[in-house]
Write a protein that binds this ligand. Sequence first.
Ligand code: PLP
Length: 399
Amino acid sequence: MSSETTFKIEDQYMAPFFVKQKISIEKGDGVFVWDEEGTRYIDFTSGWGVTCIGHAQPVITEALLSQSKKILQNPNSGLTYSPARAALLSILMKVMPSHLTHVFFSNSGAEANDAAIKLARKVTSRLDVISTHQSFHGRTISTASATGQASHREKFNPLMPNYRFVTYGDLDDLKQALDENVAAFIIEPIQGEGGVHIPSDKYLKEAERLCSQNGTLLIADEVQTGFCRTGPMFVTGAMGIKVDFLTMAKGIAGGFPFGGFAMSQKVASMLEIGDHGGTYCGNPLGCAVAHAVIKYLVDNDVSANVEHMGRLFMETMGQWKETYPAAIKEIRGKGLLLLIEFADSDMATRVSDECLARRLFVRQTQGNGIRLFPALNIQEDELREGLGIMQAAIEKIVG
Ligand SMILES: Cc1ncc(COP(=O)(O)O)c(C=O)c1O
């Protein structure tokens, strides 16, 4: 097929939910991808924080191949045992905060959050959910209800009742919102889709204390931040925060649709058979891939690479900010979850389009931001090549 044919078919038959970029990607390798005509691009989005160890990663191919030759889906699904699932559970338990003792799997981040919210209601016998303005937790009806961005909500109002919002990072606001009706407080330890916002060190720790005092379960949505995206395996784990649920997806299986949620012993002890389930939850193929990804992250000390590369990104972006103070308002991020905030959204759109014209994928976020979240095993020459393209794009648009 040619790109033109692919465009035509997708444009005709795909439901029109996305503003499409007219590029048809056929294959990838590490941080690089190629379109159907063989043009090479650099991917600084890793498919929205998913392909954390690069495209066409051999350890993933190997896991997919070898597991698919054995079995894809168990008879009676989760009612039967699976060595692939057991292997994944074993490695997950080694990398997760140690107070989280039980895990269940899902197919996506939204599904993991949805389940955590549902189960928090059961465990607490309360109904209310507190979330934060600008948050993003998914697109199902309950996770859209927990998402603090008007664009994801307003067309579907009224969404689910009993959801309330507080300002991200504001402890007084949280304190006031917590009462005896609040089942759960769901929070991204660093907001991703909301524009890469990092709360103060004190915020999450104090939120943990306030929730615990109020009998409210704390759900850490680490769908975007988990699996070394910001350096450590999990942000809340590195900070020693004892959340009740930790939700995960995206990087967990490096591009294979997979997710999960972990819970404390106390929460697990209050759940029972029938409280949750699903046809694919812990599907052996997904488990095998997730195991391979986590093993790669650990064996290759990817966390150290993320911290090193993150510093290089910040240094370069910091120089751009000094060169173009009127155009670049702020740079922020942690590890390889980074954002450049431009003076206005038109400028961000033009820089982002210029990057694409020069064959670099970036992600415009919250209008005037451009988010960079490349593969976590990116190497310095790849980083420099991508940043060189971005610098040229910025120079052209704002210089
Ligand atoms: C923090 C966070 N939670 C949940 C989700 C939803 O995940 P999914 O798209 O896999 O349903 C996302 C997706 O961007 C996310 O960033």
